[in-house]
Design a protein around this ligand. Structure first.
Ligand SMILES: NC(=O)c1ccc[n+]([C@@H]2O[C@H](COP(=O)([O-])OP(=O)(O)OC[C@H]3O[C@@H](n4cnc5c(N)ncnc54)[C@H](OP(=O)(O)O)[C@@H]3O)[C@@H](O)[C@H]2O)c1
Length: 244
């Protein structure tokens, strides 16, 4: 049995990853606020854990409950996919809502850092395949006005990934970790960026043009690439650009 802990599975890239990971010997633990009403909801091997990752002070008890309920005797591999993310606030930081700024850093950076930390702690004694994929973004490097908080959170996630890779190394019991840049994927997050009022978010037009010119990848195609990396030769602590 392989266990997959995946955040942000109610739509978009996370939903596509979860759907493609569905298999008789895979148990999927899916964390998001909203529940799926489709294939994921109908499988006995998929459990939805309703949780708001903005509530970072509850993550420790969430992970305790998850690991208390796991039957470790049949475990061959355990995987954490930190996918949940928000793009707001899409505005210059001087006009960003403080609550939205804090939520962005909580959901995009603090929550995955805490989940990774607790995943490593709870799996410390397990001598099985253990891997973490952090869904980051090329926005960590490619900067646009109105996306400073998003870019900062994703850059932080990449630096965290590289640092943890150094900590874990290659020895027995090491957790493999990588950050992934999925490029532009046709999801609600992209729609939010291109439909934002261009008076507040000047780059909206750029996102609009990307959609119009067919530059967006489908969530299903990108999910396939993420899963290929997850089961393949993951370079420890790497930041991988999967676009193109
Ligand atoms: N789409 C792109 O072009 C693109 C490009 C680069 C990177 N990415 C990254 O890819 C990842 C997935 O994005 P997406 O495009 O699939 O976005 P999406 O369609 O908006 O989906 C975001 C997912 O994150 C979950 N989420 C958001 N806030 C949450 C919270 N407070 N607590 C728990 N879950 C929460 C949502 O679930 P609930 O609302 O049900 O909670 C949803 O399932 C993100 O990390 C994003 O930064 C996307």
């Amino acid at each position: 049995m392989k266990v997959f802990l995946i955040t942000g599975t109610s739509r978009g890239l996370g939903q596509a990853i979860a759907e493609q990971l569905m298999a008789p010997d895979h148990l999927l633990l899916c964390i998001s606020r909203n529940r799926n009403e489709d294939r994921l909801a109908q499988s006995d091997n998929v459990r939805h854990i309703p949780f708001d990752l903005n509530e970072t002070d509850r993550i420790e008890s969430l992970m305790q409950t998850v690991f208390d309920c796991l039957d470790q005797s049949k475990l061959e591999g355990i995987y954490l996919i930190n996918n949940a993310g928000v793009v707001a606030p899409l505005s210059n930081v001087g006009s960003g809502d403080p609550g939205a700024i804090a939520a962005n850093i909580h959901i995009n950076l603090l929550a995955p850092v805490l989940l990774a930390s607790l995943f490593i702690r709870h799996t410390k004694e397990m001598r099985i395949d253990k891997r973490i994929i952090n869904i980051s973004s090329g926005s960590a490097q490619n900067l646009l006005p109105g996306m400073s908080v998003y870019s900062a959170s994703k850059a932080g996630l990449d630096v965290f990934t590289r640092s943890v890779g150094i900590e874990q190394g290659e020895g027995p019991g090491a957790v493999k970790i990588a950050s992934v840049w999925p490029g532009m994927v046709d999801t609600a997050l992209q729609q939010e960026a291109r439909t934002r009022d261009s008076g507040q978010f000047a780059a909206a037009e750029l996102f609009h043009k990307a959609k119009e010119s067919g530059m967006l990848t489908s969530p299903e195609r990108m999910a396939g690439k993420v899963i290929q990396l997850l089961f393949g030769e993951m370079e420890q602590g790497s930041v991988v650009d999967l676009f193109g």
